[in-house]
Every structure is written in C-alpha cells, then in structure tokens.
Design a protein around this ligand. Sequence first.
Ligand SMILES: Cc1cc2nc3c(=O)[nH]c(=O)nc-3n(C[C@H](O)[C@H](O)[C@H](O)COP(=O)(O)O)c2cc1C
Length: 189
Amino acid sequence: MEFFEVLYGRRAVRKYKPDPVSKEDIMKILDAANYAPSGRNLQQWEFIVVSGKKKEELGASYEVVAQAYTAGWAEKARAEFIDYARTYGGAPVIIVVLTDFSEDPGIRRMNLESASAAMQNMLLAARALNLGSCWMTGPLNDEARVRQILNIPDEKEIVALTPIGYPVEFPPPLPRIDPDLSQKVRWLE
Ligand SMILES: Cc1cc2nc3c(=O)[nH]c(=O)nc-3n(C[C@H](O)[C@H](O)[C@H](O)COP(=O)(O)O)c2cc1C
C-alpha cells in the first residue's frame, strides 16, 4: 500500500473481527515501532503484547472506567461504549507502549515523545497490513489496576494502548477542522 494511502486511510477502529492476528504481523508492527526516531537515540520504548486472560482482565478494568465515563449518556450509546471497553472492541490483541519514567520534566517529555513516535509508527504499520488500531489512554484512568494486571514497575511510564485486529470496517476519513491549514500554520519569513 502506498504511504499516503496508509496515512489517510488510518482510522481509530472500535469494532474488530475475532480473527487472530499472526505473530509475524505483530512483529512487523513492533519492528515499525522500533524504527521510530527517539531522543538521544535511546529507543526508550517497550511493548507488552496482551491476549487471552490478561486481555480479559484489562477489559474488566476498562469497563469500570467506562461505566463512570458514560454516566449520564443515553442508554444505548452507554451500553455500546461499555461493551466496547469490556472487549476492546473484540480485538484479539492489545499492545501496550511503555517508556522510561523520569522525575526530570525535560527527560520525561523526551521519553514520552519518543514512545509516541513509536506508537504512531505502529498504527500506520497496522493500517498497511489491513489491521485496525486505536490509540487509547482512557484505560489509564485506572492506571494502578493496569499496572497490577501487567506487572509494570514504577520506573516505566505507560504511554498508551492499542487494540490490534481485523476491523469490521475502516471508517472513512474524518473531516479536518482546518483542511487548508490556514489557521494552524504560520509562515514566518
Ligand atoms: C492521545 C490519544 C488518546 C486517545 N484515547 C482514546 C481512548 O481512550 N479511547 C478511544 O476509543 N479512543 C481514543 N483515542 C482515539 C481518538 O478518539 C481518535 O484518534 C480521534 O477521535 C480521531 O479519530 P481517528 O483516529 O479515526 O482519526 C485517542 C487518541 C489519542 C491520540
């Protein structure tokens, strides 16, 4: 798939088919992440590939978060979101991205940005393989539970999670707030 087709075709996917994803494809996605730029070339990212019982535990945790988040929503929309949270949209795999924690704000920022670059590489690689993904930080509203389930030590910062799986569909691209970039860009000469 051509690069810009991948770029414009990526969408947050929230409904997945149960079909398994091959280990080979997961490794391709992780390898793409591993080729991201990084502050001081420290390549300060780590990944946890979660499936099976641990995925169910993550889902149970996100379900509790989703129940609080959707309080006050219309009944149908609420039930759908909670179901999405509990099952991670039915995706067979979740990848969790970690970076090194630092007390130093500058280093912390550098580490988070490096790992975010790795995260975005993952989402694009997944799209190139016709796999869906969804950058997620919502589950970290109960970060303590996520850490406990995945046995993540305090020296590691959790950046985000993404389900990976074959989408029921890739939704069409979302309109841009500023499509011609007249508001978001300043050219200084
Ligand atoms: C930092 C970040 C956090 C996000 N957290 C969540 C989340 O917790 N749950 C979710 O369903 N989507 C989450 N998203 C996905 C966004 O909702 C989605 O990217 C946005 O609506 C634009 O849609 P698109 O990715 O299809 O272009 C997150 C995206 C980013 C970049």
